[in-house]
Every structure is written in C-alpha cells, then in structure tokens.
Write a protein that binds this ligand. Structure first.
Ligand code: SF4
Ligand code: SF4
Length: 281
C-alpha cells in the first residue's frame, strides 16, 4: 500500500510524506475518527511545500501562505482524486483525508513521522522547505509497517521570539489582521507598522531553517498548484474585481471580505499620506 501511495504522491510532485502509527499520534478530535470508523492503523503525514517565486516579490502584502489559492482547496482536490483510487485498490480498508481540521495534533504527528523538528515558533521545520509547509494526512485502518521517531526540537536560537512584535502589540499580528470588527488605535498602528494586509511571516523569515532553505534554493515548492494563480499583492481594486467564487478560493476568505478590506483601506490610506508628504517636500 505504501508503494501505491508513494507512486501517487510522486506523480503529484509531493516529496515530503511518511507513515506513523495512529497509536503514536495525539488524538484531539476523536469524533472525526469515530465518524470514519477508524480505531487503529496508520497515519501518512504530508508536509506540502507552498513557497513560490511570487512569495519573494518586494511588494507582497499578504503572508506567504496566502499568495496562492487556499491550501484547503488543494487538499480537497488531492483527496478527491486519491480516495476513490484507494477504495478501488484496497476495498477492505478504510481511508480518510484531513488537513487543518484534523483528528490528531498535526505538528507533533509530522515530527513523529520524521518529516522535521518542532520549532520554538510552534511550526514544523523541515530541512528542505523550512516551515513553509501545509500539513495534512491520510488515515487508514491498514497497518503499514513503520515506527514513530522521537520528536525532535529546533536549536532554540530564539530569533523568532526576539523579532516577534507580539509583546509590543499584546497579540499575534497574524491574528490581528484576521480580527473582525473595529480595531483599537494600538491595533491599527500594529497593522500599519508591518504593512501586511493579511498574516505575518516574521517568525518564519528570521528562522535559520528558512535562511538555509533559501540559500540552498530548496525552499521553492515543486507542486504546480502553488505557483499558479498567485496574488502576492492585494489591493482594494483587485479585491473588488474578484467574483465571490474567486474570493472563496483565497486564504483570507474565511473571515469575509470586510476584514481584509478594512486592512487594505488602512494601508492604502497610509500610502496616500506618504505620497502627499513626499509631494510637499
Ligand atoms: S506570526 Fe508574527 S506576531 Fe505572530 S508569533 Fe509569529 S512573529 Fe509573532
Ligand atoms: S528561529 Fe530559532 S528558535 Fe525559532 S523556530 Fe527557528 S530555530 Fe527555533
């Protein structure tokens, strides 16, 4: 079964996956496993790299993970294709695919599968792609021979903590850009100081794993989905031109149009003021 999966993933340019016994994973949403009638078996952890050349654009104003279309769409399409093939090839086994809303603690499971180490920033750090990976998993009741690895942690260099603006802002900047409703003055200043309309990448950017992956050139995703239909710079105008269907495929859609529109409005107002100041000089 594992060679069947390896062939399938290879065809999809997916090269960061490994099995781990389900028993070795921390179950956080047992009802999802009950729904799938899977009580034991194997988890095939997937770390899907998403960093593309578009993420290096100087004017990017959304987090790197939001540059391509939403990764939930990617996983839905992947499992939609894979699950029928598995049911056909292994009719006596059960299979289920998850990403994000998962029955297990995904970062721990990926580390136990040997895909990387757990960073102080709470992200999985892989050798090739650093933390620029989306985690997902296929869970089956089949026992694929494998052993859980001892969970390893990063070097604890502290760069992600030193550079994080969270203490100054009182909250994570990424969470702030996703906050619904009105912002306090301090929150507004926080968004304006970083210049991101959606998300924050600081704790990923300063990590030596990222530096290394960038220097070696391994950081770029080989998966076409993440280089297609990229939108590194979002503006009120591009947003207004998006149909509801197009908008629904973007990572920022889950908070509705109003939240990213508010952030863009703040940033564009700030740019206008800067432009006026330059004209007056
Ligand atoms: S995303 Fe930004 S604000 Fe949030 S923990 Fe990382 S560096 Fe800090
Ligand atoms: S910046 Fe340093 S401490 Fe933070 S996750 Fe990376 S290696 Fe670990």
């Amino acid at each position: 079964m594992f060679s069947f999966l390896s062939d399938f993933f290879q065809k999809k340019s997916i090269d960061c996956f490994a099995p781990v016994p389900l028993e070795a994973c921390r179950v956080i949403r047992p009802y999802l496993l009950e729904r799938e009638q899977i009580a034991h078996g194997t988890v095939i952890m997937l770390a899907i790299p998403y960093f593309s050349k578009a993420c290096t654009e100087a004017n990017r104003n959304v987090s790197a993970y939001a540059v391509s279309r939403d990764y939930h769409v990617f996983f839905n399409e992947l499992f939609h294709e894979l699950l029928p093939l598995l049911h056909q090839a292994f009719p006596t086994n059960r299979f289920a695919g998850f990403a994000d809303h998962s029955p297990i603690a995904e970062v721990e499971a990926a580390a136990a599968a040997g895909l990387g180490v757990i960073g102080k920033n709470q992200l999985l750090l892989t050798e090739k792609y650093s933390s620029y990976v989306f985690l997902g998993e296929l869970i089956t009741d089949a026992d694929i021979p494998c052993q859980a690895k001892e969970i390893a942690h990063c070097s604890n260099c502290g760069a992600c903590i030193r550079h994080c603006p969270m203490e100054r802002l009182g909250t994570c900047l990424s969470a702030l850009t996703q906050k619904k409703g009105s912002l306090t003055e301090a929150e507004t200043k926080g968004i304006l100081s970083y210049g991101s309309a959606w998300g924050c990448d600081i704790c990923q950017e300063v990590c030596p794993y990222t530096e290394r992956a960038l220097q070696c050139g391994t950081i770029y995703s080989p998966i076409p989905y993440f280089s297609e239909d990229t939108l590194p710079t979002v503006s009120l105008e591009t947003l207004s031109r998006m149909t509801d269907e197009e908008f629904a495929c973007r990572a920022y859609a889950w908070r509705g149009r109003a939240v990213i529109q508010r952030n863009l409005h703040l940033l564009e107002m700030q740019n206008d003021l800067k432009g006026e100041a330059l004209c007056c000089d």
